[in-house]
Design a protein around this ligand. Structure first.
Ligand code: NAP
Length: 269
């Protein structure tokens, strides 16, 4: 009986160069004996994502963090998660078939948002951000574990994973964290520090077993924006948001010359 071909899914952003690269890769993979369906197949052994980090994050959200390894082909973007250059497709197929790669496991952050009617759950690879729904300061009662820490006043807070530490977190003055560490970073967004309001101005770093609890204060019926890897979700008055490291792990294929700190140096310095 003949063996079924291994399945590889390909996703590409709408950019012409990305779609052309995806079509070329599909042809090359099929010539090498792989099956490449036109729609997502959960039996796939690999998902290829063609585009930038943003396209990769959107694919993760759309597929709801499947337990299938990903590899990214970077088409003219920053490409922090994206491993391969589009002119290296043959090399990629050769190395993949030979098993010449490692799998990097990235932690994710999860949040449970509770309002008076319902409970919503979110997962992110980079970060979950809590902001006001209007361009006015938001007041958030922040606890870590069971300990009340502060009444934060400002634009909001961002809860970043190590993988997300190089994204929005870094622009806000947060620290770059090696993704081998298991922690969360709570970074303030424009914290107010006056005689009327006092709050931390630096990031707070938490171990994996602690969660962050946020209780917003509302003077009038105003809402909260929860931004999950750049995707906005609008809520009315929220009673509580609880965030912690989530059980979902994102697996990324890396080839032999991958090193996190070399990547940081090449993308930021
Ligand atoms: P976008 O506004 O189109 O892209 C934001 C930039 O962040 C892109 O250059 C993207 O890389 C890069 N990026 C994403 N994840 C990264 C990571 N882990 N490390 C380093 N850089 C990373 O938004 P998007 O494409 O939808 O991506 C959503 C992400 O953008 C959010 O998760 C947030 O972290 C980030 N963001 C950053 C800022 C800021 O720094 N001020 C503001 C808003 C959002 P590519 O070019 O490869 O796509």
């Amino acid at each position: 009986m003949s063996k079924e071909p291994a399945i590889i899914n390909i996703f590409a952003n709408e950019d012409k160069f990305s779609t052309n690269t995806a079509q070329l890769l599909k042809r090359k993979l099929e010539q090498s004996g792989f099956a490449v369906p036109d729609t997502f197949d959960p039996q796939a052994e690999l998902i290829v994502c063609v585009g930038g980090d943003g396209s990769f994050l959107k694919t993760l959200q759309e597929l709801r963090f499947p337990d299938i390894p990903f590899v990214g082909i970077n088409t003219r973007h920053l490409g922090f998660f994206q491993e391969l250059q589009p002119d290296k497709l043959d090399e990629f197929i050769f190395n993949y078939r030979q098993g010449k790669y490692t799998v990097q496991e990235l932690k994710t952050v999860g949040a449970v948002v509770r309002d008076k009617d319902a409970v919503y759950e979110y997962t992110a690879l980079n970060e979950i951000m809590i902001k006001g729904d209007e361009s006015r300061p938001i007041h958030l009662n922040l606890s870590i574990g069971d300990n009340f820490i502060e009444r934060f006043s400002g634009d909001g807070v961002l809860i970043a994973t190590p993988a997300g530490s190089t994204a929005y977190n870094y622009s806000l003055g947060g620290s770059i964290v090696d993704p081998r560490l298991s922690l969360l970073q709570v970074t303030p967004i424009a914290p107010m520090n006056t005689t009327a309001y006092r709050c931390f101005t630096s990031s707070i770093v938490l171990p994996a077993d602690l969660s962050v609890h946020v209780v917003p204060e509302f003077e009038i019926e105003r809402g909260v924006r929860i931004v999950v890897d750049g995707i906005e979700h609008h809520h009315g008055p929220v009673q509580e948001i609880a965030a912690k490291i989530s059980p979902f792990i994102v697996k990324l294929i890396r080839f032999e010359n991958y090193d996190f700190w070399t990547k940081v140096k090449s993308k930021f310095l």
